[in-house]
Design a protein. Sequence first.
Length: 553
Amino acid sequence: MASRSPSQRNAHWFRSTVVYEVVPRSFRDANGDGVGDLAGVTEKLDYLADLGIGAIWLLPFYRSPWRDEGYDIADHYTVDPSLGTVADLDRLVHEAHARSIRVLGDLVTNHVSLEHPWFQEARRDRASPYRSWFLWSDTAKEFSRSRVIFRDFERANWTWDDVAGQYYFHRFYAFQPDLNYDSPEVHAEMLRVARFWLGHGLDGYRCDAVPYLYKREGTRCQSLPEVHRFFRELRAMMDAEFPGSVLVAEANQSVPETVPYFGDGHEFQMVMHFPLMPNLFLAWGEGDPRRVRHVLRATLPTPNGSAWAYFLRNHDEVTLEQTSDDEREMFLWLYGRDDRTVINGGIRRRLAPMLDGDDASVLFLTALVLSLPGTPFLYYGDEIGMGDRPDIADRDGVRTPMQWTSGPSGGFSTSTPDRLVRPPVIDPKYAPDARNVADQASRPGSLLSQVRRLIAWRKAHPAEAVGDDFSRSNGEGPGVLAFSRNGGSTRTLHIYNFSRDAASGSLRLPRALEPAVLEPGPGEASWTLAEGRLSYRIQGRSFAWFAASTGPK
Ligand code: GLC
């Protein structure tokens, strides 16, 4: 039952939408077995529609032993029984589309689970046709320049396998053997997998661990030309067979290595803005937006038809791979003072606890990612300022059950606590009775109500994300980031004062708007409009949004 996707009617839908990341096992348990499921996500679509969400990104829902939240796939062509059935997925997609919400899956191309029948066959028999689907070595000496990513857990990218009598290559956990993309069958199989779920109505994919598919001796084995060729081919297939479907790259690299994933409009429509993310937090901690301005200047505008995917937090740690040693030290000093939260050189914390549970700070940074030219991705629970569990292993502490009510398990499940997929937050400042959807939905001043207002205002004032005229204000103070965005007949103006001191400045409006009228939006600043110039005074640590359009002549 593939429902006709609304994406087919508007290929640029993603530029004006807000994406919401869902960890299906932690969102809502509809059948009461303690594990969140697809039916649970369907149950909560009205909540997401009401929040103004235009697309959800579902973490892997395929059959898996769940040693890495489903990024260890044991069968690409079915839904894991703990999450439901393929029919449940069809229903979720159908119901989402009925609410104009698109659904993105997670395409994990780099590796599979150790338990995948492909690997099981391959390791057992050197003559198996699957042997060449993986990378083997007798010496473990090849590709020595490829870095170990999960460096707190793995010491090498090669692991000896007794059954196979050889080492096999894995870029991530040892239980995730890498596929060999020099095998034409692997290449073809992954296109088949992508087609399969698009055929079930998915509107596209967030692509996992994009840079690492190909390995070449003497290189760092990342972002090789072959990688770009593979994703261009995938994109071409999708454009031809599933028009309007999109690809989002997870490529956690430097600016010069990340930007090419847009591929002049022929590769990924969206690329996660990893180079910007840590700088947003650093700038906030330092009270100075200079570094944000710098990264934006280096990365905007994006090639035609594409958009940056902005995010503050996700299901992983805050990765600090794109920061210098000094920046990393500063970041850890600002946000990583609890040693338990430091992992793989980054920090496993949710947004609210990083910001000491201060709603105004959460709102400031959320407003910023909602107003930059591109597509914001919100992480489930951050809209209510959910907390985390630094005492739980790996990154599971930032994947605790969504808090719907103040009830036991935060209304996530009706099961007994011992069966919950992971325990709820217990810190009284963030526990379900302190922060939950039901309570915040009924309070106009709550974080949830304010985030909803930001999203509604953004929707009501669409700006062009592409070819956007992203201009800076003249005369902004050192602590202020101010910019305007072109929305055709309207211009939106966004002012962020990172510093603790009040600041004044001005933004020039385009002549074409004169005589302009100004409509203040979310946030707060005092202002005057004279001779086509908005002059403002804004308190420390606060933001203000405006819309300017042509008034009566
Ligand atoms: C990506 C995912 C992460 C996963 C890893 C290996 O980085 O975001 O959660 O562990 O890939 O698949």
